[in-house]
Design a protein around this ligand. Structure first.
Ligand code: SF4
Length: 332
């Protein structure tokens, strides 16, 4: 499979009066052409900071990409000048945020906003930009697009506004689309429609998608692969079926046990006790140790190495170590 984006050992910090917050601590992953990668985890785990770092949208200061690389089309995005990044944003990599109103200017018609976006990135006549806008509004399911492009954002429902934002993000045919909690602000039925729209558009355009979410229901519907983040690290990643049916990290298992599952009839919901560690001073060992029912002495002291279980499935947990496996099997 063709790799379109490569994030390597990314570290992001925020300098505050209280000290330095290590929000992202060595995140690495690849994104392949035409796939959907979901990055999941609790609030504050670093998933949105990771996606904003790819786009170089971290406010700096206080934020800073302290180390690592984001390889895209032979370039390391972390090293580009702001003017070079402006050319990439929207044209090659686009982003959709949770609240569509933050991405739309309430004083300009939606048609004008999309046309302006196209003309910023492409050498194209206004007439052709309008034609492209109509095609895109049609593709995202806005009825009667030639009339609707004259309307202002407040004249659309929440679901329709998110469709418009998706149209804006895709109109310049980017290779990568990053969607940060794209359905959180929407009703459940509209959520399902928007997720179907993502799948439909991906089939038609071949765009690679990164979805950032805390919602495993969203992940189950759209993801090809899943990366589970905890305390600034990817602690487990794999294909969707591997994560849902063969999770290995106790945190991944905890996440799955804490949401209702239609495939597990009558199973009790079990919340994960405790709270994530303080990222001002993250622990030297496994950051999940204080909440983990399987924690061993080594977990507090040393961060576990990565164990590869299949081509895509890997996990950072001492339980994968041969010695722990023997103990679990009752062999001394
Ligand atoms: Fe639990 Fe230890 Fe695995 Fe961390 S490394 S998840 S504390 S068993």
């Amino acid at each position: 499979m063709e790799k379109v984006l490569e994030v390597k050992d990314l570290h992001v910090t925020f300098t505050t009066y209280g000290g330095e917050v290590q929000a992202v601590r060595g995140v690495s992953f690849d994104l392949y052409k035409g796939e959907t990668l979901a990055i999941v985890g609790e609030s504050g785990c670093g998933k949105s900071v990771t996606s904003q770092s790819i786009m170089r949208l971290i406010p700096s200061p206080p934020g800073r990409i302290a180390d690592g690389a984001v390889q895209f089309k032979g370039k390391d995005l972390t090293k580009l000048k702001e003017s070079e990044m402006r050319d990439i944003r929207g044209a090659d990599i686009s982003m959709i945020f949770q609240d569509p109103m933050t991405a739309l200017n309430p004083t300009i018609t939606v048609g004008e906003q999309i046309i302006e976006g196209i003309m910023q990135h492409e050498t194209i006549s206004r007439q052709d930009a309008r034609k492209k806008t109509l095609e895109m509004l049609n593709l995202v399911g806005i009825p009667n697009p030639s009339e609707r492009l004259k309307h202002y954002p407040h004249q659309f429902s929440g679901g329709m506004r998110q469709r418009i934002v998706i149209a804006m993000a895709l109109v310049c045919e980017p290779e990568v689309l990053i969607a940060d909690e794209p359905t959180t602000a929407l009703d459940v039925t509209i959520q399902a429609q928007i997720l179907d729209l993502f799948k439909d558009i991906q089939k038609k355009t071949g765009v690679s998608i990164i979805i950032i979410t805390h919602d495993l229901g969203v992940v189950a519907q759209v993801a090809d692969r899943i990366a589970v983040m905890y305390a600034g690290k990817i602690v487990e990643a794999g294909e969707r079926r591997e994560i849902f049916y063969k999770p290995q990290h106790p945190y991944t298992k905890g996440l799955l046990n804490s949401v209702p599952r239609l495939d597990l009839d009558g199973a009790d919901l079990i919340p994960i006790g405790g709270s994530p560690p303080d990222l001002f001073a993250p622990p030297a060992g496994c950051p999940f140790a204080a909440r983990c029912n399987f924690a061993m002495e080594v977990c507090d002291r040393v961060y576990p190495y990565k164990t590869h279980l299949s081509r895509d499935h890997h996990v950072d947990c001492w339980l994968q170590d041969e010695r722990a496996q023997k103990m679990l099997a009752g062999v001394k």
